[in-house]
Design a protein around this ligand. Structure first.
Ligand code: FPP
Length: 263
């Protein structure tokens, strides 16, 4: 599809404001081609670049990419080293692309567990892109949702023990306030590539009312036409947020904070 044709009208509805992607199938894509698994990760970088720039152009407000889970540390050290090197090189090389597309980078996860050279490049890119007015690109790195929730609960308990927080006042908003990124609204659409029907410890709190879309396409092959297919599917969904359709469309009360008023 030509770039000029890509607008929210192409989908029969609005583009999702926050898209989150579980980028899966790099290893399978490589093995099917007689290549090394790590070459699949290398090939996946082109998809990251295309999906990021196209989402920014289409007016997506936030894009969260699951780039390295906390469980991924269990992979062979050679693969982990390769991924960390890829991350460092990506940060260095793609800064220009992020700047050209007004994209702001922010990383979430146990970032202090990343190797120092990768963390340094990542912090540099975050600083350089901080004031960009366009899309927010969130990379989930050394990220696990149960760990995120556990970290939040620990901080809340410490506040309570210190007497700074009354346990009776703890509600959904208190918990949200202690998550890695309390500000960005919840994802509207979660895409998973490579066909597996699972969530893999990704944004468990934030995904409560997200629409799920699974495609068999492996991540290194996932490009603009696949993204448009996902957006078209999303545009056909009727979102009720547990209420009735009219109420959800009208922006009625009682919806979880951080979620949006689109139907
Ligand atoms: C899952 O595929 C993917 C990952 C563990 C890493 C994702 C990394 C990239 C897309 C490239 C680098 C990204 C950035 C932001 C620099 P898998 O290996 O589990 O695939 P499989 O299920 O087929 O084995």
């Amino acid at each position: 599809m030509a770039k000029e044709q890509v607008s929210h009208r192409s989908f029969g509805g609005p583009v999702p404001e926050h898209v989150a992607i579980i980028m899966d199938g790099n290893g399978r894509w490589a093995e099917e081609r007689g290549m090394l698994r790590v070459q699949g990760h290398g090939a996946g970088v082109a998809s990251v670049r295309e999906v990021t720039t196209e989402c920014a152009r289409m007016g997506v407000k936030s894009l969260t990419l699951y780039a390295f889970s906390i469980e991924n540390w269990k992979r062979p050290s050679r693969e982990v080293r390769y991924l960390m090197r890829l991350l460092r090189i990506f940060m260095h090389r793609e800064r220009r692309t992020l700047m050209d597309n007004d994209v702001r980078l922010h990383c979430i996860g146990r970032l202090d567990e990343l190797p120092a050279p990768a963390l340094l490049e990542l912090r540099r890119t975050e600083a350089m892109t901080r004031d960009n007015p366009g899309m927010l690109l969130r990379l989930a790195l050394s990220y696990g949702s149960r760990t995120e929730i556990g970290d939040a609960v620990r901080k809340i308990a410490l506040e309570a023990v210190r007497g700074d927080l009354d346990p009776n006042d703890i509600d959904e908003e208190t918990i949200r306030a202690y998550l890695y990124d309390p500000v960005t609204p919840d994802p509207d659409l979660i895409i998973r590539t490579a066909g597996e029907m699972r969530i893999s410890n990704f944004l468990l709190w934030q995904m409560s009312y997200a629409e799920l879309y699974v495609t068999d396409v492996c991540w290194p092959e996932f490009r603009l036409p696949h993204l448009l297919e996902a957006f078209s599917a999303y545009a056909k969904r009727k979102r009720k947020f547990g209420g009735l359709l009219d109420e959800a469309q009208g922006g009625g009360e009682g919806r979880a904070a951080g979620s949006r008023s689109t139907a």
